[in-house]
Design a binder for this molecule. Structure first.
Ligand SMILES: [Mn+2]
Length: 417
């Protein structure tokens, strides 16, 4: 018989995306603020837990964005935990650096929420469910800023108990910075974590998921970040959601990411080089390409367990184009005026930002032959480029771009005169 455990990473109830879709668009219900909130992600998580008939749900810390948000978080958290408990699902959680005060208080006030590792002391809980028993080894942040290695407080006795735990596999639940230095939050080393006899470590804190989905090979033990449950900015690009662990015959057999983020962030790279610089419809052609790219990403996002309501795109311009500046200005306006949207597959795509990595198509050789400031600048840029290393670092690359921008500015001045 299979035992299903839902593993929930950084939820951050109270958090909202930094930028919403244009005002002339609408989510399937409510406002964008509601539809794209962490609360909406939590509600999707609860729905999926019921749908997949999981036996337990584990929260890996930072359930609440800020300790002060606990009053607003109480209602949705209580309602969700209530629905899970009513369906016979066990709910356990540990606190992270964002909810060191909020989570223990909420857990005390909510019926059936088991808070683990209070006060920064590791705790081994036995979870008995209709699908079988398993253990959870958990630790909670005792205060907001905790810079010591939590494993220092995992005694020999508890280590032995984990090794000898007879009820089933033990899942490790911890909010930590692997490989972190003395200025990071609850830093641990991977080797230390591996030295504990759990069947897997499911970690909170880093919002980029690092676990591998699929079958867990015999003899291997997963160790990684669950990631955030929903995204808030381009720093959280890609699929987001909780993970489903399946335990079969007393061992961890499968891991699956249940992608359900209400808003998904993606980078959309648009190469300007192929566009015909002589075309009168250049700007329309480039905008068409943006639409096509959005449609492709929306189609991919629509394949999620729960498709997003919105797809926030960071438009990244690359390549070279003679009318580079004109194109950049066009897309800048689209981003700033926040009116561009496109809704293929029922997902509202919008622009959350622009990165211009494209360059003007300048014929340096030709320009360097000319007299006056433009020729002088072109010769300087050419020297700079010749002197630059094959793979310039970020600073060098930026300086080269600034130099080329100056050249482009000089050309614009001349053309404008
Ligand atoms: Mn977090």
């Amino acid at each position: 018989m299979a035992l299903r455990v839902l593993l929930i990473g950084d939820l951050h109830l109270g958090r909202r995306p930094v930028r919403f879709p244009p005002e002339n668009t609408q989510p399937s219900r409510g406002t964008w603020g509601q539809a794209l909130s962490a609360r909406a992600a939590w509600e999707r998580t609860v729905e999926l837990a019921l749908e997949r008939e999981v036996h337990a749900a584990l929260l890996a810390g930072d359930v609440v964005e800020k300790n002060e948000d606990r009053f607003q978080a109480f209602g949705p958290l209580e309602a969700g935990v209530g629905r899970l408990r009513k369906a016979g699902i066990e709910v356990l959680g540990v606190a992270g650096n964002h909810d060191d005060i909020a989570l223990p208080r909420l857990a005390r006030a909510i019926d059936g929420f088991r808070f683990l590792g209070e006060g920064g002391v590791f705790e081994l809980a036995c979870v008995e469910t209709g699908g079988g028993a398993f253990g959870v080894l958990g630790w909670s942040f005792p205060e907001r800023v905790y810079r010591k290695n939590p494993l220092e407080r995992l005694g020999e006795e508890l280590r032995r108990k984990v090794d000898a735990f007879c009820g089933g596999p033990v899942l490790g639940l911890l909010h930590t910075q692997i490989g972190g230095g003395e200025k990071s939050y609850a830093p641990t080393r991977q080797a230390d974590l591996e030295s504990i006899g759990v069947s897997g470590w499911f970690l909170g804190h880093v919002h980029q998921p690092s676990l591998a989905a699929g079958r867990v090979a015999a003899g291997t033990r997963p160790l990684g970040y669950l990631g955030s449950v929903s995204a808030c900015d381009i720093g959280e690009a890609g699929p987001r959601g909780p993970w489903l662990a399946t335990i079969e015959d007393g061992r961890l057999a499968r891991l699956e990411q249940l992608v359900l983020t209400p808003v998904r962030f993606e980078r959309l790279v648009l190469d300007l080089s192929p566009f015909d610089g002589a075309s009168e419809s250049l700007v329309d052609d480039a905008t068409d390409a943006l639409r096509k790219g959005a449609a492709r990403l929306a189609e991919e996002a629509a394949g999620a367990v729960r498709p997003p309501e919105a797809l926030a795109l960071r438009l990244v311009l690359t390549g070279r184009h003679a009318r580079h500046r004109e194109l950049v200005q066009h897309f800048e306006t689209l981003v700033q005026e926040a009116e561009w949207s496109y809704s293929p597959s029922g997902i509202v795509c919008y622009l959350e930002g622009l990165e211009d990595d494209a360059r003007p198509a300048l014929d340096l050789e030709e320009l360097a032959e000319t007299q006056g400031p433009i020729g002088l600048m072109a010769r300087r840029v050419r020297e700079l480029e010749d002197a630059a290393p094959e793979e310039p670092d970020a600073d060098d690359a930026r300086m080269l771009r600034v130099a080329r921008d100056l050249l482009e500015d000089l050309i614009a001045v001349k053309e404008g005169s």
